[in-house]
Ligand binder design. Structure first.
Ligand code: NAP
Length: 283
């Protein structure tokens, strides 16, 4: 068994990104810009946003965090997004989720210019992904694909099982694996005989948000196991969806939590901002 070191790969990619950003800045005389809009004071969101800002600055981007009160109306928020859509100085726009209950999340995601939608959540980008012409890809599954590539995991003709069908992880994950010619099964909370199905997987991706749900009974000997989950146990410790200690004994490759998928997500966000910047220079 080997452990997939997401932290090390993320650091390597960030260093490469800073290098290519510096070159393109010099050549173009312009700087990539990422703006993050944070509504309200959700403590977890504040940490995520701070980390994104730090990564953007490390990559050599211009970074702005717009902090607005959770009393902002939907109309005001849409107006704010519209301003950044129009401003060519910004290549990436991200609205940190979740949003307060009075704001329609779908309307907000729809308002972001798809060419600046570095999270890849806009229906245009989802459609591009599903029709085989991806432009902006949700960052977590994009990061997982990078990890599988780095660790030379063969996907062609392999059996992949994805547990969880959210728009931000499970569904795009399934499509990315399908595009690499894996045979994919997408499962969810209504799936019967889940352990039996999961046990057929050569590559098992788990994104459900239930601490230590996947035990060794779900895993085939030699499978590659990717744990997306981020949960807190009763002592407040960060744990994945996979019972790492027992699954690691039978998996050929496995991601830890923390230090697996998490660090790659932010790195892919920066990579997509860079790509959006590059495309803007070409257009
Ligand atoms: P989500 O939107 O809550 O979706 C969870 C999915 O899991 C749903 O499709 C749900 O099925 C399925 N599910 C729930 N319980 C299940 C069960 N007992 N058996 C089978 N399927 C089950 O969650 P998400 O946003 O995809 O996130 C999933 C986890 O990944 C969370 O822990 C989240 O914190 C973590 N995450 C981590 C990163 C990172 O960068 N590391 C990024 C994103 C998310 P139904 O559709 O039938 O309800």
């Amino acid at each position: 068994m080997a452990i997939i070191d997401g932290k090390a790969l993320a650091q390597k990619m960030q260093a490469e990104l800073a290098e290519k950003t510096a070159k393109l800045k010099e050549k173009s005389g312009q700087t990539p810009g990422l703006v993050v809009i944070l509504v309200g004071e959700n403590p977890a969101s504040q940490v995520y946003v701070r980390n994104k800002e730090r990564s953007a600055i490390a990559a050599g981007f211009r970074s702005e965090v717009i902090r607005v009160s959770d009393s902002i109306t939907q109309e005001e928020l849409l107006f704010l997004i519209g301003r950044y859509n129009q401003d060519p100085a910004w290549n990436g726009i991200l609205v940190q989720l979740p949003l307060p209950a009075h704001i329609d999340e779908e309307a907000v995601l729809l308002a972001i210019d798809p060419e600046k939608d570095v999270d890849g959540f806009h229906p245009t980008n989802m459609g591009r992904l599903w029709s085989g012409h991806p432009v902006m890809i949700p960052c977590t599954p994009a990061g997982i694909m990078e990890m599988l590539r780095e660790y030379n995991v063969e996907l062609e003709s392999k059996r992949a099982v994805v547990i969880g069908r959210s728009n931000i992880v499970g569904k795009p994950m399934a499509q990315l694996l399908l595009a690499k010619n894996a045979t994919v099964t997408l499962t969810h909370s209504r799936t019967h005989h889940l352990a039996e199905i999961a046990k057929q997987a050569d590559i098992l991706i788990v994104a459900i948000g239930r601490g230590h749900f996947v035990t060794k009974d779900f895993v085939k000997e030699g499978a590659v196991v990717i744990d997306v989950g981020m949960n807190r146990d009763e002592n407040g410790k960060l744990i994945g969806d996979v019972k790492f200690d027992e699954v690691a004994e039978i998996a050929s490759l496995i991601t830890p939590v923390p230090g697996g998928v998490g660090p790659m997500t932010i790195t892919m966000l920066m990579e997509q901002t860079y790509q959006a910047f590059k495309r803007s220079l070409e257009s």
